[in-house]
Ligand binder design. Structure first.
Ligand SMILES: Nc1nc2[nH]cnc2c(=O)[nH]1
Ligand SMILES: [Zn+2]
Length: 479
C-alpha cells in the first residue's frame, strides 16, 4: 500500500481541469485509488493521513494505522499527472524515427515504411526491437499505448510479450494487409490474415493478468486502412469483430488527399471513407480512427452515431503533410478524441510533443479567417486551452480506448496510472535526473498552474520522473 503526498492535476472533461496544491492519495496493494483528499495544508498532512487511516470505509479496504504503508512525498517542482494514453503508434516503424520527412503518405509507405516493417519477419530482431520500443515509450509517459504491429504473427506476439513483461497497459494488433503493398510485404490471402489474427487474439488472452486485476494487454483488430484490405478481408474482419463485440479495432481514416481519392476509387459503392468501414461492421464503439484530417460533415455525424473515437496525430500530420484535424469540432460534437504519436509518421514517442503540436494545429486553424469567423461558441475555430490539451492526452485517450471508467484521472475506485512530473529548480532538486539539462525549470513563486504549463509546453522525457501503471512503478529516472 502506498500513500502519495504532493500536488496533482487532472481533468474531468475537455474543458474542466482541476489543480490541487497538495493532495493525499491512498493506493491499495492492487493499484486501486482507495482515497483522495485534495488541497490539504502542509501543516495538516500528518493529521489528515491519520484520520484517513482510521476512517471506517478505508479500514474496510485494508488500511490501518499500523499497516505497512510506503509514503511517497513529492519534492519541489513535482506533481502527479494521470498517465498519458497514446492512442496510435506503430512499433515496427521505430527504427525509422525522424527519417522520411520528404515524402507524403503514399510514397512514404512505399519507400520507407513497408521496407522497415518487412524486417519484422525476423522474430529475433522483433524481440530485440520491441523491448527497446516499449522501454522508450514508457519513459515518455504513455501508461497505455495502442500499438500497430507488422503483418507478422510471431513478431507481434513478441510485442505483446514485451508490453506484458514491462507492465504497460496496451492494445496490440497485427496489421491486416492483403493488397497494395510490395510483393514481399503482403499477406498471401484473407484467410491467412484472419487465421493469424485469431491466433494473436488467443495468444494475448493467455498472457496472465496481474494477480489482482484484469489484463493489461488487450488484442485489437487492425486493418491497416481500407486501401490495403480487399473486400473479402474487410468482410472477414467484420465477422471476426462481430464474434468479439467488446474488442477494440484500430485503423487509419481520411489522412491524406491522395489516400482519400484512391479509397473512393476502390470502394465506389461506399458513400464516403467512413462508410467503407461502416459497411463491414468495423465502425463501432471501441474503433480507434487514426488521423481523421479531412472528414466530411456526413462522416463526422456517422462517427458520432457509431460512438467511435479519433486518434489525433498532429506531429505526423505536419511531418508527412497530411492536413489538420478539426479537433475542436469533434469535441463540440461529443466525439471521443485522444492523442497519437503515430511513430514514425511522428518524430518521437512523446505525448508532450504531441500536445504541443495539437496546440499549434488549433492555433493555425484559429488563424484561418474562414474557419475562426464561423464559430462563436464551443472549441471549434479557437486555440485549444490547457484543459482540453491535457484531457486529450489522458482521459480523452482513455475514453477512446473505452477505459474511462478505469483510468484517465484521479478518482476513487480507478486504477492508479500516473506520472510524477518534474519541473526542477535551477541547479536544484531533480536537475540531473533523467540525464541532464531539462529545457524547463521553475522560477520562484511559480504556481502549480504555471508548473503544469511549463511541463506541457516545454517538457520532454527528462521531466517525467516516475511512471506508474496500476500502482506499480514501470519506468522513470526517480530512485
Ligand atoms: N501515418 C500512417 N498512415 C498510414 N496509413 C496506412 N498505414 C499507415 C501508417 O503506417 N502510418
Ligand atoms: Zn498510423
Amino acid at each position: 500500500m502506498q500513500i502519495f503526498i504532493g500536488p496533482l492535476v487532472h481533468t474531468l472533461n475537455p474543458t474542466t481541469i482541476e489543480y490541487s496544491s497538495l493532495s493525499i492519495l491512498g493506493i491499495s496493494s492492487n493499484g486501486i485509488i482507495d482515497f483522495i483528499t485534495n488541497n490539504v495544508t502542509s501543516d495538516s498532512v500528518d493529521r489528515t493521513i491519520e484520520t484517513l487511516l482510521c476512517d471506517a470505509e478505508n479500514m474496510k479496504k485494508g488500511w490501518s494505522k499500523d499497516g505497512n504503508v510506503a509514503r511517497i512525498v513529492l519534492k519541489n517542482g513535482e506533481f502527479l499527472c494521470p498517465g498519458f494514453v497514446d492512442t496510435h503508434t506503430h512499433a515496427p516503424q521505430f527504427p525509422n524515427l525522424a527519417r522520411g520527412q520528404q515524402y507524403e503518405l503514399m510514397d512514404w509507405l512505399k519507400c520507407v515504411t513497408f521496407p522497415a516493417e518487412e524486417r519484422l519477419k525476423d522474430t529475433e530482431y522483433a524481440s530485440v526491437l520491441y523491448k527497446e520500443v516499449v522501454r522508450r515509450v514508457l519513459a515518455f509517459g504513455p501508461t497505455t499505448c495502442c500499438y500497430y504491429g507488422s503483418l507478422h504473427l510471431e513478431a507481434t506476439k513478441a510485442l505483446a510479450d514485451e508490453c506484458h513483461s514491462a507492465g504497460q497497459r496496451a492494445f496490440v494488433g497485427k496489421c491486416n494487409m492483403d493488397r497494395h503493398s510490395s510483393e514481399t510485404y503482403v499477406e498471401p490471402s484473407p484467410l491467412h490474415s484472419i487465421q493469424a489474427t485469431e491466433a494473436l487474439i488467443k495468444y494475448i488472452h493467455t498472457l496472465s493478468p496481474l494477480p489482482t486485476s484484469s489484463p493489461l494487454v488487450h488484442p485489437i483488430i487492425t486493418p491497416r486502412f481500407a486501401i490495403s484490405c480487399s473486400d473479402e478481408l474487410l468482410k472477414s474482419l467484420g465477422s471476426l469483430a462481430s464474434k468479439h463485440p467488446q474488442m477494440a479495432i484500430q485503423t487509419h481514416i481520411s489522412e491524406n488527399a491522395k489516400e482519400i481519392s484512391f479509397t473512393k476509387e476502390l470502394f465506389p459503392s461506399a458513400p464516403h471513407y467512413a462508410g467503407v468501414y461502416d459497411m463491414y461492421g468495423l465502425l463501432r464503439k471501441g474503433t480507434v480512427l487514426g488521423h481523421a484530417c479531412h472528414l466530411s460533415e456526413e462522416e463526422i455525424q456517422l462517427v458520432k452515431q457509431r460512438d467511435a473515437g479519433i486518434a489525433h496525430c498532429p506531429t505526423s500530420n505536419f511531418n508527412i503533410r497530411s492536413g489538420m484535424a478539426r479537433v475542436g469540432c469533434y469535441l463540440d460534437r461529443g466525439i471521443k478524441v485522444g492523442l497519437g504519436t503515430d511513430c514514425s509518421g511522428g518524430y518521437a514517442p512523446s505525448i508532450l510533443r504531441t500536445i504541443q503540436d495539437a496546440c499549434i494545429t488549433s492555433k493555425i486553424l484559429s488563424l484561418t479567417p474562414t474557419i475562426s469567423s464561423q464559430f462563436t461558441s464551443g472549441l471549434e475555430g479557437k486555440h485549444l486551452p490547457i484543459s482540453t490539451l491535457l484531457h486529450l492526452a489522458t482521459l480523452g485517450g482513455a475514453s477512446v480506448c473505452c477505459l474511462e471508467d478505469k483510468i484517465g484521472n484521479f478518482v476513487v475506485g480507478k486504477e492508479f496510472d500516473a506520472l510524477v512530473a518534474s519541473v526542477p529548480g535551477a541547479g536544484g532538486e531533480g536537475r540531473f535526473g533523467g540525464g541532464g539539462n531539462p529545457g524547463v525549470w521553475y522560477q520562484e513563486n511559480d504556481t502549480l498552474e504555471t508548473l503544469v504549463e511549463r511541463f506541457m509546453f516545454g517538457g520532454d522525457d527528462r521531466n517525467i520522473k516516475d511512471v506508474y501503471v496500476c500502482g506499480r512503478k514501470v519506468s522513470g529516472w526517480g530512485q
